[in-house]
Design a protein around this ligand. Sequence first.
Ligand code: ADP
Ligand code: ZN
Ligand code: MG
Length: 475
Amino acid sequence: MEYEAVIGLEIHVQLNSAAKMFCDCPNRPGDEPNKNTCPICLWLPGYIPKFSQEALEKAALVCLVLNCHLERQSAFDQKVYYYPDLPKGYQLSQAHQPLAKSGWLDIAGEDGRPKRLRIRKIHMEEDVARLVHETEGRTPISLVDFNRAGTPLVEIVTEPDMRGPQEAMEFVRTLRTQIRYVGSSECSLEQGSMRVDANVSLRPRGSNQLNTKVEIKNMNSIRNLGEAIAYETSRQMGSLQSGEAITLHTRLWDAEKRLTVPMRGKFEGPCVPDPSVAQILISDELLNDLRSRLPEMPQPKTERFIKQYGLAEEEAMLMSSERDVSEYFEAVVKRNISPRTATHWLAAQMLPALKERNESLRDTPVSPERLASLLAMLEKDEVNANSAKEVLTRLFDSDQTPEAIVEQYGFKQVSGASELEELVDQVLAANPSAVNNFRSGQAKALSFLIGQAMQASQGKANPKRIREILMARLI
Ligand code: ADP
Ligand code: ZN
Ligand code: MG
């Protein structure tokens, strides 16, 4: 019998609102433990939560970019369970009336054609506290950090529409791009601002039944998500082939051993309507306002970049996949830099340099204005590419203009005919054997001679002119 995998995802996304979901404490879980707390988010008895409009708007934007139908009316429930990370005994979540339903995302399918994957619902919930287990001392202890308690999450639940690890990975990548574009979250699996649980079951290919599933947790990268699903699929296949039944349970991905291990049976506590938070109502006015705040999204932007700037598809995708990159790119192009030059310098120089320096396009001192001034000099042949790279490095560390740096360090390109001719003649005189080699048909002797001339100019000669003069002399 041939089987196929059936996969549905449950994705928690931490919203990046300034404050927590039901109080004014800063939404900064990584601060010094228990610094961002108050009676509401310590969940002390008698304190009434006050629902944050900012969290609602960030959540609603997520729903809209995932093509969901925003419910005009939704409400919070109390999801009851008892654990040290939730001392009040229940989590505020939307079990019965979620914020949004029936969305979808188109991903690039494995056969190259787009595939539409459905989203069942999106609901809001508060995060729980973080437990820190210390096993070093004689008596192991567990500590509770309430900085994360009450911070805003959305949970995105898909339909079981994915059929393999590649589709699940591509879905998460596409979803991350969309959510980052509207600015509701960084969606980092590595840093925990996105957590993906995968539900996996098998069925005979061609059937449409839904068999007993297994839930996998604890994947902290997209690659691990793919590997965990692949592992779990073959594990279940093995069980079926040896006649064992699949039981409903939760497993953990062990990133070191690269396999899933059983964690617990699936537990769902009771869920009751919460009386302390008012119904969430979305007015026409708010809906229109939210819609007007949706930016141009990556797909249409890619198409526009191809048409408007003549970029190749791959370049256009690269320039539009992150909102910051696309805005920076257009700010450079607007200053009369050719789109190709801007793309090339952003992709090959700026982005790697930022990564190395742990800076982002938002906070780097190399503003689009400054990069554009440098690229303008490059395009006017006032500096060559090598010197431009040197200037770029210095732009990161000083607030001088590129022009001033070129002046100060003598990066100006040498393009004057007589200077260059003199240089070439010196190089020819000093390298008679390379000249002979070239004349007897060894083309690479030319690159050697160009290299010598560039070196003699301390990298400042115009390589195109050097080549022309050399050719004229040699042939
Ligand atoms: P539960 O009640 O166990 O939480 P749900 O029906 O709420 O199950 O679905 C949770 C997630 O599991 C959804 O993403 C859904 O697409 C997925 N899912 C449901 N049934 C299956 C199945 N048989 N195989 C794989 N995934 C499934
Ligand atoms: Zn608080
Ligand atoms: Mg469920």
